[in-house]
Design a protein. Structure first.
Length: 446
């Protein structure tokens, strides 16, 4: 079959064939972007095709690889992601099809009634990274990779490990080693990576050092790099925005808000909206808001200066998933913010943790970095950038159990913060239990 996808350098325009396993431009080192053959349909016909696949997925069952590919919320949009992939090529769990919640208590906390929470922590390994990894591992197999590798703050490594196991390709991950006795990667993520069987390297350095090292290694050692600089990762991650649009019956919200670290996801959401407008899936694009942690905010600083220069910082934040000081997808993401009338802001760790406690207490939960999106909604609503009547889809990128350490540290009896729910030690007597039941019911007015 002829190539249906071309890889093109975003800086110098050099072209690479579809299955070339290099993940940056061999001529100038720039980031690659994918150009697909246009789908046969547009507008209502293409929407109908995607909607029919959604109905089939709901009716079907997953017995084998082809069944998983048909049920996947990523591969449902395959014309926009990897049109040349056959069911036999696809490495899928399946993934995607994550819920879009409305939780009045969280909306009230943020001050925006129309706040919806797209919970990508409901993916198979508990984060949005599965959406990009199904495509990256599909491509790794098509390109005949001998191994795949990534640098990670934790979620990418968990997704790589699971999808490499599924694909039968060896996986290596580079994560920051513990520093001063403190883990630099959330416990749940490290545990998953080990469990799924990836070779796990604890690198003496931070995420930015891990990424530099794995990029060098990929170039010299012939392993396939599956960080989000890999354009196939971005293609898969586009599906989160396409799913939001489909869940809203193709009526775009006013805003899509998401946490931002290495900026792959900001780039992916923008690329999806570009496709959706170009192909007539929606008639107007939402605005995008990318939210950083105040201690890891190079992109927010760049935004304040109209992206005149690329900023780098020494990152420090409780939200380890976005503890990134030198984001790799800066150029792509800056273009997205400009194109979609976007905004970038930053929120403190205290705001992140309070937003997380509100999301957790609504019974759905998320990991700290994910809560940055909701903290960002509140900040932008208070500043009047997001208006009270706007329809806002905030992406929750990871599951509540990803980072139990931060969670347990928040809910300490001696922690003076909103929504603290410290465990209570009691004697093993009915009296002691009765006192707690009475107090709990009374506090809830029952
Ligand atoms: C839970 C979570 N949220 C947000 C992000 C940020 O995404 P990106 O690095 O693509 O900006 C990450 C990245 O690792 C993540 O794991």
């Amino acid at each position: 079959m002829p190539d249906l996808t071309l890889q093109r350098c975003a800086s110098c325009g050099a072209e690479l064939p579809e299955r070339d396993a290099r993940t940056s431009c061999p001529a100038c080192g720039g980031l690659l972007a994918l150009e697909h053959a246009p789908p046969a349909e547009r507008g209502a016909a293409l929407r109908d095709r995607f909607d029919a696949r959604l109905r089939d997925a709901a009716a079907g069952h997953v017995a084998d690889a082809a069944g998983a590919a048909r049920a996947s919320g990523v591969w449902r949009f395959r014309e926009l992601i990897m049109p040349g992939a056959t069911d036999a090529d696809i490495v899928s769990q399946p993934e995607g099809n994550t819920p879009l919640f409305h939780r009045p208590s969280v909306a009230a906390w943020a001050g925006v009634d129309g706040l919806l929470l797209k919970h990508d922590g409901f993916n198979p390994t508990g984060s949005f990274k599965d959406r990009g990894m199904t495509v990256a591992l599909t491509q790794a197999r098509r390109a005949g990779a001998r191994a795949v590798a990534c640098a990670s703050t934790g979620n990418t490594s968990a997704a790589l490990a699971a999808y490499a196991a599924l694909a039968g390709v060896p996986g290596l991950v580079l994560v920051p080693a513990p520093k001063g006795g403190a883990q630099q990667v959330a416990l749940g993520k490290l545990a998953q990576t080990l469990a799924y069987g990836a070779r796990t390297l604890l690198v003496r350095g931070d995420f930015d050092d891990c990424l530099r090292l794995v990029r060098e290694g990929a170039e010299r050692l012939g392993v396939y790099l599956v960080n989000s600089i890999n354009p196939y990762r971005i293609e898969g991650q586009k599906s989160v925005a396409l799913e939001i649009l489909q869940q809203l019956a193709w009526n775009a919200p006013d805003w899509i808000v998401l946490p931002a670290g290495n900026l792959g996801n900001t780039s992916a959401v923008g690329a999806a909206l570009r496709d959706a407008v170009r192909l007539g899936l929606i008639d107007r694009a939402p605005r995008i808001a990318s939210i950083q942690a105040a201690g890891a905010n190079p992109f927010a600083s760049g935004y304040r200066e109209n992206f005149a220069t690329q900023h780098r910082v020494k990152a420090e934040t409780v939200a380890t998933a976005i503890k990134i000081g030198d984001p790799a997808s800066w150029d792509r993401a800056a273009a997205v913010i400009r194109e979609f009338d976007g905004v970038v802001t930053d929120v403190s760790d205290a705001e992140i943790l309070e937003a997380k406690a509100a999301i957790d207490a609504a019974g759905i939960g998320c990991e700290p970095a994910s809560a940055a999106s909701v903290a960002g909604v509140r900040r932008l609503a208070r500043e009047g950038v997001i208006r009270a009547g706007d329809r806002v889809a905030a992406i929750l990128t990871g599951h509540v159990l990803k980072d139990p350490g931060v969670l347990l540290d928040y809910h300490r009896a001696d922690h003076d913060a909103p929504l603290v729910n410290a465990p209570v030690e009691v004697d093993a007597t009915l009296d002691a239990l009765a006192r707690v039941v009475d107090a709990t019911a009374a506090a809830a007015g029952r």
